[in-house]
Design a protein around this ligand. Sequence first.
Ligand SMILES: Nc1ncnc2c1ncn2[C@@H]1O[C@H](COP(=O)(O)OP(=O)(O)O)[C@@H](O)[C@H]1O
Ligand SMILES: [Mg+2]
Length: 384
Amino acid sequence: MNYINNQYQLIKKLSAGSYGIVYEGENIPTKTSVAIKIEKKDKPQTLEREVSSLSRLSKIAGIPQIYWNGTHNGQNVLVMQLLSKDLGCYLKEYRKFTLKTVLMIADQLIQILRNVHQKSILHRDLKPENLMYHQRQIYIVDFGISKIYRDSTQKHIPFREGRPFVGTTRYAPIAAHKGHELSRKDDLETLIYILVLFLKGVLPWQHQLSQNNKERQKLIGEKKIKLSSTEICQDLPIEFQKALDHIKSLGFSVEPDYDYLINLFRKLGQRHGFEYDNLFDWCKEEEVIAQAKIMQQSEKMQPFSVKCQSLQIPSTLECFEKKQSSISNILQNPMQISQSAVIVEINSDTNLSDDSTNYLYNNYQQLENFSNLYKNHLLIMKDK
Ligand SMILES: Nc1ncnc2c1ncn2[C@@H]1O[C@H](COP(=O)(O)OP(=O)(O)O)[C@@H](O)[C@H]1O
Ligand SMILES: [Mg+2]
């Protein structure tokens, strides 16, 4: 087998970005899952820069951990922590996010950006596809066009004009359109555009018709310059406009007031009574899907209906039905039957005692909650 570094095996392709292909892989000796990014040969080589930035940022919450980097079959390879899904995927699925979810994302991202900037690094290509979710934490990935903006003496790079465009047109800060050197404020300006998109599902400069990429870049740049913060954040809580105004007022090398932004958004969350529990919009559905998978597995192994037949204790079942007449409806749904099989561990070899009956009742509430959750899930899926 042609393992990478005699250790890592590719399992499946997760995504092909502009510069690299990302796979899910396995660290064979430890049997743990990893992400493997392999750089495309015909594209500008950016993986070395990415590795250098990620190494500098190691141990920061919200930055994927690097496990190994090197070459394999002449291609640059980066092995890192495997994360769940990027926010672009969730946005496609949900169209937009709730205010609570967006505020929790903002809170985490501003803190991560503060730490990244503190290590003298600019990301310069923030966008939903480069933001990921994993176990209640938001991550920033893809440091392929990141840049060190100050040296070891903390001296800031100079302001320059006539720079080539960097980033992604839809999310780029105005400075990128103008060909200016980018700085800390620009990562934050992009962040606000992303938050606006998350809340509204659309940005004012989307769907701009144009001949080609250069033309589109120009038109979108002009639109961003023309629109005021009020217009960009129309219909949103005033805090988003205030945040954008603060960011736009910053000079090239000025340190943004991260605390001001964090507190601004936290106060908004408080006013709405949001609990920052990091249960994002997509967590509920994922929980249901995970439960359903367990249920199906268990149903395959030992169907509940078979277990019921083998019990042959009608009196217990009758009594059960009397106490909760709707149980029969529940039992007609195979998904719910399998769920009860998971919850209620009935051993068909033993007679049901009063204790087991009580056990069934106690778990009934849980079963009902689950079935409501599952019904909602089906409704959501039907709406799509
Ligand atoms: N550590 C990771 N774990 C799981 N998926 C990842 C990871 N890093 C990136 N991805 C997925 O791969 C996509 C492309 O990776 P990215 O680093 O952005 O490459 P590119 O430079 O080609 O855009 C991301 O949008 C994301 O969906
Ligand atoms: Mg990317």
